[in-house]
Design a protein. Structure first.
Length: 116
């Protein structure tokens, strides 16, 4: 692995967690069937419980949505980026509170953090 993942693993192994459990989201991930590059299962194996999700790399789709000022689903309904982000945000198993050891949906956690 390159980049910040080894640093994160060192930090996570030596730092006590008080309020929340940090997890890794890999952005602009490309999982090519016949390439020798990094696979999603490699990330899952290396990071274990610290791995949350991968966000697929569809640069042109994102660039078009930004340029037009519209949501990704308006440019391409049912796209993989939106599907992965929905899973990440709506899956209560992704975000956990360390103090209670209970799953909390990300949207609820965000609402609580802004006083909602």
């Amino acid at each position: 692995m390159s980049g910040g993942a080894p640093l994160y693993l060192d930090y996570a192994a030596t730092t006590p967690v008080d309020a929340a459990v940090a997890q890794v989201i890999v952005n602009r991930f490309e999982d090519r069937l016949f390439s020798g590059g990094l696979k999603k299962r490699d990330i899952e194996q290396a990071l274990g419980k610290d791995f949350a999700a991968v966000v697929p790399n569809f640069y042109r789709l994102v660039r078009e949505a930004i340029d037009r000022g519209v949501p990704l689903d308006e440019v391409k309904p049912g796209n993989k980026i939106t599907a992965e982000l929905k899973k990440l945000v709506l899956d209560p198993a992704i975000v956990k509170t360390a103090s209670e050891g209970q799953a909390m949906p990300l949207m609820k956690k965000l609402k609580l953090s802004v006083g909602g």
